[in-house]
Design a protein. Structure first.
Lengths: 342, 328, 342, 328
């Protein structure tokens, strides 16, 4: 996101139909995701939790895409780095923290799954697994259900660029293309799949693949959340208008190791990481708001305080919360009230 | 009660459930206009339109995966795999996803999908149009697996499967499609998933099986009764997962001599688990070692008639094994 | 293939580097494939064999692609309609007939597989199965072996347009793109996958998919075998030059039912089929040769006689040949001389 | 003899075989520069170059499928599946292709591929980084499956697998990687595929198992010997397919009381087949019902420590089951 004059800039979010309050809320959510993520890393390093996987610097676009969706009607199939997205559509920090600690009250899985495996029926977030890309055909299924029931919900599904090389990407996209379904396929291209760089994942462009399925593919700069918002709004409108799917490739960079189990210095340099960390869209977004008089150092401090409090409380709560009881770990293999005829 | 073919029982179950419940739909390769390569879905697209009898692209992982997504969204999809031999591309969706959705979400989500797949040989289909693939999916908790042998059970179990809140694999036997006919009530009824069924009462030997081979067992049993006075007790598992432990133990205890039969190859098949259950619970009630008569441990059934015959079970093979056990 | 003046036409095959003898041999092979295929249908209808699957009107391009390859060095992974291809690279009518009858002497599988499941080590044809598209990653593996061993063999793999929607197409193509492997992916787009028309298989163009993998995708008219030959020669040269894979989509039409088990009138009209049968490239190819004085009615009659004799002999031989013995059906689950250390 | 870790034994087997034979190469996700997510392939790319330790795209069906093609072309690929939980996308390539290539071509073609996949839990990996997936592939003729418990066997079996003319799935246990160390000869040796191994001689009960749980069995056996004077006979299957029938029957006959143990869930697991073999051949030599101690029949192991513990086997669970059987 470039720094232009303030009149131009005002035009930017307003021109996209976003109110000042929404622009501010976007920033606050990005920051919340950032701070939660950092806390996750700290908790893992200090041995309080076993594992954390980070989405740092991917949050601005995640929040932008969340703002482009309809939280009442759409279906969400995020992937494991999408803290920004799930926070935007209503998951609370406390819930994320319960998942991080693997506690019974975690709405995602009651601590059955590793953290960052999002899923919450209340929030229309489909349950997700670890094998990558399986969610792509699921999203197509949600979109198909929308179509069959005549509902106007759009399904949005995200995944990494490495994951876009799985067969399920191809099969899911192609199915949706044929049926012209209301689904948005989102590739968060952060340059690495664990240690494997983009150049070893594919010799093509992910966004170009849409052509072979007969729908638009768009590459967008993940450092420009308003542009991300714009392409998602358009994709959403196309979906609702019955014009079918869109594939959106968000260009970003994974500044953290793959997860807390990974040592990224085995396969890339600190210089490369630092250079990309410098492109972080979060301070730019803040500066944008400040330039417009929508944000200030005081508001920033208040926000940071609020977030810290929320995180502290959530951490304390999650830490003391009980695990799911051993006998409950046997439950829900099948429906428990499963009569013969229903 | 009208006598109808096994394949029609399957078709009627789908048709009636689609009439009853708007959320039921079928999807798969050639299931629409053509009505399926075997004709199982004939007429459904004509009656319910292109949206509820969907000809999909040739991509089994998508067929399963899209059905799973739609099921999570509250629909009741029936996904057809053209042959069970072709369901392996969907193995990840079935085993990693459908089977684990309820468990991993702690009951927040569910996946009421039915996956229909024809099993079995004897149709000159060769290595890849004859396989019994049930043992690959058997043992994956979260899945239910049924495999009817009669038209009555086919309809009743398919209706149960469609209404079941969890994923059900419905293995229909392609050799039964037109060879098996029996009395099937008009309109709605269900056969419970998880309950085995005694097809024949007997006191000398117990045969435990499912799907097509039961017909050979029944024929052999009649002959053995007539010719040798041997009375076979025959149990149709009907549901492979979850197995009806009580039904199995009761049938085994009845005679103390057990022969387990399936067309799927022996090693690693359902029969091993059935034998293990009996060996775990009933050891002292047995009067003979637990026998299994199954397909041989070769990768699949050859196409040429000699090879096919070598692989397939038939009345003679059953009769010989039953006689040998009775005489033990 | 359009009818132009004879000078132009002479230019056509000669300009492609094909000798007159080669042009004639192409025609003879196309005709041989056609007649074999027709015989297969007759044998099935008369109850002599259980099953036949036809490639009628797809043979001209199959023969053209076979002529563009190197039979000594390349690896072949044909699909079940590729009679034209396998006859071009050396399979005999007798061998095809043994496969059709499922007899023990069949080099493809000793009658273990249904006919048209090609495979013959002697001819560098990899063994194939029924689940579609699994051969695509195999071809990439053959190409990788070529590369690792520094050999100059190219792998060629074909499949239908329906099959191109399987995950294995995507994963195989993408892998080859990254590694720039010497492989040619051939989609024989004949408009149907059993009953499902192209419009329900995909909303895109198959050839366009290559873009997303970073290599060229070419659509070519299957009714113009010389043009088919040309694009395959180019692809072959690119492969040998280390420039990587090519995806070629041959536009053709399936004039027969899917197989002898199919009734195509359940899903398409006779008019549509007849119209397409009229586009058959075989008589056009003959006219081309005749115009150039390379072919005549007498040569045609001699050819037909030769083919009929070959087919009759092969049929008689295959019909009386024994099936694989029952005890042999248990063999070759594993290597028979499998010692512990080899 | 040097004592080395299980993971190093695996790495050394690959390294030495790659040195010996140019046609051996490894491919998989992160196996190159990073040396694998567990470090199993560390140093191979540095030593053998990018072409022989290939970082592939994230696509298991291609990893298996490309390896299969290369194997048909005469190479000796070692394909790594990052976790066995992630090998289901490759199920079709493994079951429909690798397993059937020799058979379907009547011995004209072969597929000497090794597919390595880490199994097992207890690493806080949750539902999808802990599974034992062997029962899905078990029972597919044409595949060989090994699952070593010691560093010695890991190296020797992996060398055998690489040299084997047929496809071998090599299930390495991720919990063993660094917890298990034992004496491993420097340089080349092989452990035969298809042969079980007696880890401990005993006269009271027989424990049959494979992979990690054997270590719990050995610990429990020592304690039971010390504390109760109970002597357990412990058989390590090592190869799951083809099963060593003779070895199994001999071990079972030794004590007449059999406990079969595996971490994979009970129903449909290898234990069922082992029990069935014994029930088929040795019924009258048994002094107790055939017991199985296995993972529970839930879809997979929970992430949280309570759930993980509920699922995992350990010395105490083994000891209790062994004691109960001994007292039967
Ligand atoms: C089917 C499957 N194979 C392997 C893995 C292990 N794995 C987890 S994340 C990951 C890399 C994913 O990379 P990408 O899709 O680019 O997403 P990113 O993590 O970079 O956001 C791998 C290989 C997996 N989860 N699923
Ligand atoms: C994985 C798999 N699913 C289904 C089938 C059944 N089947 C055989 S051929 C075919 C259609 C193939 O269509 P296409 O790829 O266009 O090739 P064509 O037959 O038209 O040449 C189908 C569905 C199969 N062989 N493999
Ligand atoms: Mg990435
Ligand atoms: Mg086609």
């Amino acid at each position: 996101m470039s720094q232009k004059g303030s009149v131009d800039q005002q035009a930017r979010h307003a021109a996209l139909g976003l109110t000042d309050e929404q622009a501010v809320a976007m920033y606050e959510t990005m920051m919340l995701a950032r701070r939660f993520d950092e806390r996750g890393q700290v908790l893992q390093r200090s041995g309080k939790v076993n594992f954390h996987i980070s989405g740092i610097t991917q949050e601005p676009s995640q929040v932008a895409m969340g703002f482009a969706m309809n939280r009442e009607k759409d279906w969400f199939l995020p992937y494991y780095r999408d803290y920004g997205l799930v926070l935007t559509i209503g998951m609370t920090v406390k819930e994320l923290m319960l998942a991080l600690f693997g506690k019974g009250e975690d709405p995602n899985s009651a601590g059955r799954q590793m953290s960052a495996h999002f899923g919450c029926r209340r929030l229309r977030i489909a349950t997700s697994s670890s094998p990558v890309t399986t969610q792509v055909p699921h999203a197509v299924g949600f979109a198909l259900a929308s179509k069959l029931r005549g509902e106007d919900g759009v399904a949005i599904v995200s995944f990494g660029e490495g994951s876009s090389n799985q067969g399920d990407f191809h099969e899911g996209c192609n199915f949706a293309g044929v049926q012209k379904l209301p689904v948005i396929f989102v590739c968060e291209n952060n340059g690495y799949a664990i240690s494997v760089p983009l150049s070893k994942q594919t010799a093509g462009r992910i966004s170009d693949r849409a052509l072979g399925y007969g729908f638009p593919g768009i590459r967008v700069d993940g450092h420009d959340p308003f542009e991300v918002y714009r392409v998602f709004r358009e994709a959403h409108e196309r979906a609702l208008a019955g014009e079918g799917p869109t594939l959106i490739e968000i260009m970003t960079y994974r500044v953290t190791p793959h997860s807390t189990s990974d040592n990224d210095m085995a396969y890339r340099t600190k210089e490369e990481v630092d250079e990309n960390r410098g492109k972080d869209a979060l301070p730019v977004f803040r500066a944008y708001l400040e330039n417009l008089g929508l944000w200030s150092e005081e508001r920033e401090q208040a926000l940071q305080q609020r977030i810290r409090k929320e995180l502290d409380e959530a951490t304390a709560y999650a830490e003391q919360a009980p695990y799911q009881a051993a006998e409950d770990a046997f439950r829900y293999v099948y429906a428990e009230d499963n009569g013969e005829v229903r | 009660m009208p006598v109808i073919e096994y394949i029609d029982a399957i078709r009627l179950a789908m048709k009636e459930e689609m009439e009853r419940d708007d959320s039921v739909f079928v999807l798969g390769e050639d299931v629409g206009l053509k009505g399926g390569v075997f004709g199982t879905t004939k007429g459904l697209q004509q009656q319910f339109g292109e949206d509820r009898a969907i000809d999909t692209p040739l991509a089994e992982s998508a067929i399963a995966g899209v059905a799973i997504g739609a099921a999570m969204a509250g629909m009741r999809p029936i996904a057809e795999m053209q042959y069970s031999d072709f369901m392996f591309p969907a193995a990840n969706q079935i085993i990693s996803e459908a089977a684990k959705i309820r468990y991993r979400s702690n009951n927040d989500w569910s996946c009421p999908v039915v996956i229909r797949a024809p099993i079995g040989g004897g149709v000159f289909g060769g290595l890849y149009h004859s396989q019994c693939t049930e043992s690959v999916f058997f043992g994956t908790p979260g899945l239910k697996i049924v495999a009817p042998a009669t038209a009555y059970d086919a309809k009743g179990l398919l209706i149960s499967a469609i209404r079941d809140p969890d994923p059900v694999i419905f293995f229909e036997n392609k050799k039964c499609y037109r060879l098996v006919s029996d009395e099937v009530p008009e309109g709605e009824y269900t056969v419970p998933i998880g309950k085995a069924n005694v097809l024949r009462e007997g006191t000398d030997i117990t045969v435990i099986s499912y799907s097509m081979p039961l017909h050979f067992a029944m024929q052999a049993a009649e002959e053995l009764s007539r010719e040798e006075g041997i009375e076979a007790h025959i149990l149709d598992l009907r549901t492979i997962q979850p197995l009806d432990r009580e039904g199995i133990l009761e049938a085994a205890a009845r005679t103390g001599k057990v022969l387990i039969v399936h067309e799927d190859n022996k090693t690693g098949g359902i029969g091993g688990e059935v034998a293990a259950i009996i060996a775990e619970e009933l050891l002292y009630d047995l009067d003979a070692p637990i026998r299994r008569l199954c397909g041989p441990d070769v990768p699949a059934m050859p196409y040429n008639p000699v090879g096919e015959k070598m692989f397939m079970l038939n009345k003679e093979k059953l009769k010989a094994a039953m006689l040998e056990l009775a005489r033990y």
